[in-house]
Design a binder for this molecule. Structure first.
Ligand code: PGA
Length: 258
């Protein structure tokens, strides 16, 4: 049986109107339906909050909805925030938590990321926890250890089975300078080792570990098959239907021909 592979489109704030969001979603749906990827290849679209519902209406079959951010409280005086309960209500299945842009511009720290992870799990959705070092020569091991342990503090072995980890070196995001697959592979091994320490070897193997940072249709297979990552969190390339579909197609073709 083929392992599960996740291609998650993080539209960020690249999409700025409902019309644009609907047409991008429709384009991805059409393209992915034509590719007919096997069941183990999962496509997730994460539009901006106001476009969740319109995009959800366009989705078909195995393409599902995710959100880019969440607030951890269920209700109350939190002006401008959106709860996990509200996301679940519009049929989100995944939520990106702790993206480096959230950490950078909104000051999200490990403690807040941890609360958000728990809120997402509590509402029966899957958190995609983004972690990664800022500088190219940064202390990868230290950063990954701190961010991973912090995000999963108090998350049970049963709950962690719903978690996905996205390793995103910040310097590789949106720069056109993807990381080297060999380096990404060693971080995947580190993440699984840390998960093994927190839980068990078996549980660690069941948590998907994705890569993110300047992925596109040309390099995606270096990460999915070279570095053996369980997919990618895609920014820029996910805002273009053809390019994103091509990524799904390339993974699908490679899997068949392997
Ligand atoms: P990028 O973004 O693919 O544009 O580098 C990835 C991300 O921020 O998740």
């Amino acid at each position: 049986m083929n392992r599960d592979i996740f291609l998650v489109g993080n539209w960020k704030m690249y999409i700025t109107s409902q019309k644009e969001a609907e047409s991008l979603a429709a384009g991805v749906v059409r393209g992915v339906e034509a590719v007919k990827p096997s069941k183990n290849i999962h496509t997730v679209l994460c539009p901006p909050h106001p476009h969740l519902k319109p995009v959800q209406k366009e989705l078909k079959r195995d393409i599902v909805l995710g959100a880019q951010n969440v607030w951890h409280e269920d209700r109350g005086a939190f002006t401008g925030e959106v709860s996990a309960k509200m996301l679940k209500d519009v049929l989100c299945e995944y939520v990106i938590v702790g993206h480096s842009e959230r950490r950078k511009y909104f000051g999200e720290d490990e403690e807040l990321v941890n609360k958000k992870v728990k809120a997402v799990l509590q509402h029966n959705m899957r958190p995609i926890i983004a972690i990664g070092e800022k500088e190219r020569d940064g202390r990868v091991r230290d950063v990954i250890t701190r961010q991973l342990n912090g995000a999963l503090d108090g998350v049970s072995a049963k709950e962690v089975k719903k978690v996905l980890i996205a390793y995103e070196p910040v310097w590789a995001i949106g720069t056109g300078q993807a990381a080297q697959p060999d380096d990404v592979m060693s971080v995947r091994i580190l993440i699984r080792k840390l998960l093994g320490k927190l839980y068990s070897e078996k549980t660690a193997q069941s948590v998907p570990v994705l890569y993110g940072g300047s992925t596109d249709s040309k390099n995606i297979n270096n990460f999915v098959f070279g570095a053996e990552m369980d997919g990618a969190l895609v920014g820029g390339a996910s805002a273009k239907a053809d390019e994103f579909v091509k990524m799904v197609e390339n993974i699908s073709n490679k899997q068949v021909n392997k």
